[in-house]
Ligand binder design. Structure first.
Ligand code: HEM
Length: 418
């Protein structure tokens, strides 16, 4: 076994550097995969995995690699005040779904899976298509659009708001809450900001208690009704607290992820003009384009696992207690798994084997919704428009500066109406 991180100090890569965000990550992944595929990051101390096979096998091995990595849900120095703020509005949030390991994880995850299974997403396609067209109608005559704010943010948030019983006019509240909940994970928050955040998220808890009450009185076929039926059918206090945790988990997880998938896919259409007619005319190719977008963009770049014991990955010794970053974004660009990884290849045999939604017990429960929204969007775009172009040359895109998420926060696109 060898020590990880054999790179020289003067050329050290760190994902903890402020500039190592957005597109700067990809060349770093390519270099690490060749030189130090299991790499001890000099700033964070985390072990970074960049090979597809290592990412996949680590995510699948929950016996050795725990999700309770201590990065989410830590105890705050103003915890008592934070809890008092929540208690004034409803239940105090408990542990996040993401932090449980099997078999405990299964008890919390199973009701969510059951709700998603009972939910008739196919019947929603008409509504999703209507919303896609409505947001496109608003800019199609202009010939140019900043696609993220005009479409990639409002469209998935409105669809999700509808399914969670949030009033349509409040749909951007979902994005606000998701942004705030992600900010709460930031390890360098000031206590003052933590208290502000607690007030905002307690407001979300209060809002959803009202919505849950109204939905119980009039259940329907939307996702919230199914979640109520599977998570809290007997209307207990514990059930309500769990339901609010579940709602918070899905609001956070569904937030920027789909937005970045849509924005990133728009850029791939600009850069691959030959694909526009192909995906317009061939439904299988449209679905393949969605998968290639998820693989190349990987809206969730990394999450964390903790080694429960001394372990070895790729010949590198990793001590018990270390944090491992399974970099989905790097694994999905590994040429060993996906030859010519930056090319959108609609004929790849293993096109659905990317790890963009994770694998194993924590794999994304929202993947069907996300895929459906992306499919309907790209079809509507290519049916109604053509000749997509970057409207501001090299300055057409601006990327998120998040450690975890990846995708454009601005995409200035020009196009012709068909
Ligand atoms: C393109 C869009 C999306 C991407 C790329 C994505 C990606 C992911 C990934 C990589 C994970 C795995 C985490 C792990 O390995 O620990 C995950 C988990 C999760 N996702 Fe998604 N997601 C997307 C959309 C959604 C949507 C729309 C929802 C809700 C409807 C959702 C809900 C969740 C939840 C609740 C989890 C946690 C599951 C658990 O820990 O058991 N996601 N997602």
């Amino acid at each position: 076994m060898s020590e990880a991180g054999t790179k020289e100090k003067d050329e050290a890569i760190s994902f903890g550097c402020p500039h190592m965000v957005g597109e700067a990550r990809q060349p770093a992944y390519d270099r690490l995969r060749k030189e130090a595929p299991v790499y001890k990051d000099p700033i964070t101390g985390n072990y970074v995995l960049t090979r597809y096979k290592d990412v996949r096998s680590t995510l699948l091995n929950h016996r050795v690699f725990s999700n309770d990595a201590g990065m989410v849900g830590r105890r705050s120095p103003v915890q008592d005040q934070v809890e008092a703020i929540y208690r004034a509005k409803g239940p105090v949030p408990g542990r996040n779904l993401q932090t449980y390991d099997p078999p405990e994880h299964k008890a919390h995850r199973a009701p969510i899976d059951r709700a998603f299974d009972h939910w008739k997403l196919e019947q929603l396609r008409g509504f999703i298509k209507e919303q896609a067209d409505r947001f496109i109608d608003a800019f199609i005559d202009q010939g140019e659009v900043e696609f993220v704010s005009a479409y990639a943010i409002p469209f998935p948030n409105l669809v999700f708001a509808d399914q969670l019983g949030v009033a349509h006019e409040d749909y951007l509240l979902l994005k606000h809450w998701a942004d705030i909940a992600v900010e709460e994970i930031n390890p360098v928050l000031t206590p003052e900001r933590e208290l502000e955040i607690a007030h905002i998220l307690a407001g979300m808890v209060e809002y959803f208690q009202r919505v849950i009450k109204a939905t119980r009185a009039n259940p329907d076929d939307r996702l919230l009704s199914h979640l109520i039926a599977t998570v809290d059918p007997d209307e207990t206090d514990e059930g309500l607290a769990e339901l609010l945790i579940v709602i918070r988990a899905i609001v956070v997880a569904a937030g920027d992820t789909t937005t970045f998938g849509l924005g990133g896919g728009m850029r791939l259409l600009v850069e691959n003009p030959h694909l526009v007619a192909e995906i317009r005319d061939d439904h299988d190719k449209l679905l393949a384009f969605v998968e290639e977008t998820l693989r190349i963009v990987s809206p969730v770049q990394t999450l964390f696992r903790k080694a429960r014991e001394d372990v070895e990955i790729g010949g590198v010794a990793i001590p018990k207690g270390s944090i491992i970053e399974a970099r989905y974004g790097a694994g999905d660009l590994d040429p060993e798994a996906f030859p010519c990884p930056y090319a959108v290849d609609l004929t790849r045999e293993n096109i659905k084997n990317h790890v963009g939604f994770g694998v194993g017990p924590h794999a994304c429960p929202g993947m069907v919704l996300a895929r459906t929204e992306m499919e309907i969007t790209f079809k509507a775009l290519v049916d109604r428009m053509d000749n997509f172009r970057a409207a501001r040359g090299m300055d057409s895109y601006e990327y998120a500066t998040s450690y975890i998420a990846h995708g454009p926060v601005k995409a200035y696109i020009a196009f012709d109406r068909r």
